[in-house]
Design a protein around this ligand. Structure first.
Ligand SMILES: [Zn+2]
Length: 134
């Protein structure tokens, strides 16, 4: 991957995770470039198929492109940062991210966005006023 493409992804995302909206400067682990459709599923290394992801989200997402909606048990695709509107699928309930749609619920579940230590990290950042839900 060339530097220009890498820089485009970081700039487009505003140095913020496109799944959980955590800025890189407020996280300890280096963010990664996520293949939204994983290479193993023939996703290209292109601006349209790359998203900036925090380490935790990318590590849990792995090559997944779908999961099971925890509310219905239905096979559901994951959130696609290039094609889906974040606010349509997600909302904050304090430091917990809530899925507003099957895609939102499934993505939160597969990416483990609400692991207790991750929610506690966000709670502290919200409380300190350095991160705002949204
Ligand atoms: Zn994230």
């Amino acid at each position: 991957m060339d530097d220009a493409l890498r820089q485009l992804i970081w700039r487009r995302a505003g140095d913020t995770c496109e799944y959980c909206r955590l800025p890189q400067q407020l996280d300890i682990l280096p963010f990664q470039l996520d293949h939204i459709i994983a290479i193993k599923h023939h996703g290209p290394t292109s601006a349209e198929n790359l998203a900036l992801s925090c380490y935790n989200d990318n590590a849990h997402k792995g090559p997944n492109i779908a999961g099971i909606d925890p509310a219905t048990g239905a096979l559901t695709r994951l959130f696609h940062p290039r094609q889906d509107a974040w606010k349509e699928h997600f909302a904050w309930d304090g430091p917990e991210l809530v899925g507003r749609t099957p895609i939102g619920r499934t993505t939160i579940d597969v990416l483990n966005v609400n692991l207790p230590e991750r929610a506690e990290h966000r709670r502290l950042l919200f409380q300190a006023g350095v991160l705002r839900p949204g």
